[in-house]
Design a protein around this ligand. Sequence first.
Ligand SMILES: *[C@@H]1O[C@H](CO)[C@@H](O)[C@H](O)[C@H]1NC(C)=O
Ligand SMILES: *[C@@H]1O[C@H](CO)[C@@H](O)[C@H](O)[C@H]1NC(C)=O
Length: 381
Amino acid sequence: MGDSDTGSGANGTKRELVQSIFPQKKILFHSWFQLLLLFCVLALGLCYTLSSRPLSLWQSFPLQEQYQWFLNQNSRVNAPAYRIHPKNKVILNKTTEPSTVRSTSLQYHQAYPRNYHFLMDNTEVCKNKIPFLVLMVPVEPKNVAARDAIRQTWGKENIVQGEVVLTLFMLGVSREDDVEKLKQENLQHHDLIQSDFTDSYLNLTIKTMVIMDWLSTHCPAAAYAMKIDSDMFLNVDNLVIMLKQPGIPKTNYLTGMLMWNRPVIRSKNSKWYVPEELYPEPEYPTYTLGMGYVFSNDLPEKYVEMSKSVKPFNIEDAYIGMCMKKLGLALTAPPTPSQFKAYNYAYNRCEFSKVITYILGSSKQLLDYWTDLKKPGPPCP
Ligand SMILES: *[C@@H]1O[C@H](CO)[C@@H](O)[C@H](O)[C@H]1NC(C)=O
Ligand SMILES: *[C@@H]1O[C@H](CO)[C@@H](O)[C@H](O)[C@H]1NC(C)=O
């Protein structure tokens, strides 16, 4: 659920989430007058909805159509034709035209990343030098500002603590894409991975699974990878130092900010609403908050295989938690859990020199904090 902003770019929503997880005292109404005003607005809105559209409130909810698509995908798969390999592996038949496949073994194919095709895959980036760590950043195609800020800050560090680190951006497609501009951007930086699924908030699980697909097919020799949102501060040095500590597992390792017993949100106007049809249980399995989680690079291939049989739902980080559960693997707490911070109240140079992640409010903050952190002189008094 920490992945809130990667597809929509709306800042602040992640803070809402974090605040809902770590409740803070908040004064909602400064006066009765504001409360009264809110009531009037709500009543007006309700009247309008009921009078202008003879539909239930749920049907008039704009996301309903999109969830409907999600639900349809689970029973009827509109995807290219497949053949089933003798060893029960599903192989995409690239030569055939899309057709409808009805098969129970394929019912979860909506999140299976090999149904989608790379438009840009930067095949070479991982072949020249094998990275110790790959940072994969889901980002909307149009969000050049976020990519540029990352390229000037944590994304520009290619050698960290003596290890090769690679930063790449993961994009879907959207209608307003300027294809030529994206190609130019990639020619300049060689860091865009794009796949042909629709880039949208509800499709973030697909985006994460395509990241896993890229890692397993294009960069299998890397030791570790991280999925990190585009609105994050990342102290790459501290992350590499953490990963090089003696006790850190080299396989089946997933760490970050651990979430235990998180309830599934059933309120239809929440950004994290998940219908019961998609995820029936009341709680999620243990997962790592989507803002930034780190894993050994043997896991992506296992997630890709799992996504054939784990029913997809629109909360990408909890989906990875579900894959871990189905794989029978436990999540690992970081050596210093407080290094994975979700929300900063005020910038503090000393603190930023010690953490690994922080959620930021804007790309400008990232540039400002980074410049300050990297200035000469010890960060702590
Ligand atoms: C897949 O392609 C092969 C040829 O490469 C063809 O024989 C087979 O019928 C195709 N399968 C489907 C399901 O279209
Ligand atoms: C998710 O991606 C698929 C594949 O591109 C697309 O058909 C679907 O409309 C997208 N769903 C949403 C809710 O954007």
